[in-house]
Design a protein around this ligand. Structure first.
Ligand code: DX5
Ligand code: ZN
Length: 220
C-alpha cells in the first residue's frame, strides 16, 4: 500500500537507462523525475528530451515533480513525453487551481507540492481537486540534503486537513528520506516515499528491498 518513487536525480546519468531497469526489477513502484528550471530553484536538471527517451526503457509510472515557474506552460509537453503524474508547487503558480485542472484535463494525475516554509492551510481550496500532496521535507533544488524534522508535524497537519475535508489524496514526502526516518514519515501519514541518495548510493536492489521491508512491517 505504500509506494516507493526513487528520484533519478541521484542516478548515474552515464548509465541512466540501466539504472532505471535496476530500480524497476528491484520493485520500485514509480519513478520520480525532478524537473528544475534554474529559476524556481537554483539548478537546472533535465526536461522533455530525457523524459521522452527514458519512457522507452520502463513501464513504471512517471511521477514528475516540477520545480519550475508557471508549470502551466509544460502540461501538454510533459503528457506527450509520457508523464503519468505531474506535481506542481503552490509557490510557483499564479493560478494554482486552473493549473491543477489542466493537468487532469490532459489525462494525468495532479499533485501539489508545498515548500518547508509553506503551511498546509493554503491547500484547503484545492485539495478536492488533487490526487497527491507533496510535503517537501527539504528545500527543493538539490538531492542529498538533510531531512527537516519539523516536517513530521506538517505531514500530520496535511492528513488532518484531508480528513476534515473528507478527501483522500496520496501524501508524498521528498527530501532526505533514509531508513532512519522512513518509519516516522509513514506513521505521520505519508504513502508515497521519494528517495534519491538512499536508493542510488551503493547496491540499488538491496536499497529498494530494505525500503520495501519497512513498508511491509510498519503499521501507521
Ligand atoms: C529535491 C528533489 C528530490 C531529491 C531527493 O529538490 O525534489 O526529489 O532528488 O533526493 P534525496 O533523497 O537525496 O534527498
Ligand atoms: Zn522531487
Amino acid at each position: 500500500m505504500y509506494q516507493l518513487s526513487p528520484s533519478i536525480l541521484s542516478a548515474d546519468f552515464a548509465c541512466l537507462g540501466d539504472q532505471i531497469r535496476q530500480i524497476e526489477a528491484a520493485g520500485a513502484d514509480l519513478i520520480h523525475i525532478d524537473v528544475m528550471d534554474g529559476c524556481f530553484v537554483p539548478r537546472i536538471s533535465y526536461g522533455m528530451p530525457v523524459i521522452q527517451s527514458i519512457r522507452k526503457v520502463t513501464k513504471l509510472p512517471f511521477d514528475v515533480h516540477c520545480m519550475v515557474e508557471e508549470p502551466f506552460r509544460f502540461v501538454y509537453d510533459l503528457k506527450a513525453c509520457g508523464a503519468d503524474m505531474m506535481t506542481i508547487h503552490y509557490e510557483s503558480c499564479k493560478h494554482l487551481h486552473t493549473t491543477l485542472l489542466e493537468i487532469k484535463r490532459a489525462g494525468m494525475k495532479a499533485g501539489v507540492a508545498i515548500n518547508p516554509a509553506t503551511p498546509p492551510e493554503v491547500l484547503r481550496y484545492v485539495l478536492p481537486e488533487v490526487d497527491m500532496v507533496l510535503v517537501m521535507t527539504v528545500n527543493p533544488g538539490y538531492g542529498g540534503q538533510k531531512f527537516l524534522p519539523a516536517m513530521i508535524e506538517k505531514i500530520r497537519e496535511v492528513k488532518t486537513l484531508t480528513k476534515e475535508l473528507g478527501v483522500n489524496p496520496m501524501i508524498q514526502v521528498d527530501g532526505g528520506i533514509t531508513l532512519d526516518n522512513l518509519e516516522e514519515v509513514i506513521r505521520a501519514g505519508a504513502d508515497v516515499i521519494v528517495a534519491g541518495t538512499s536508493i542510488f548510493s551503493g547496491d540499488i536492489a538491496q536499497n529498494v528491498a530494505r525500503f520495501k521491508e519497512v513498508f511491509a512491517h510498519v503499521h501507521p
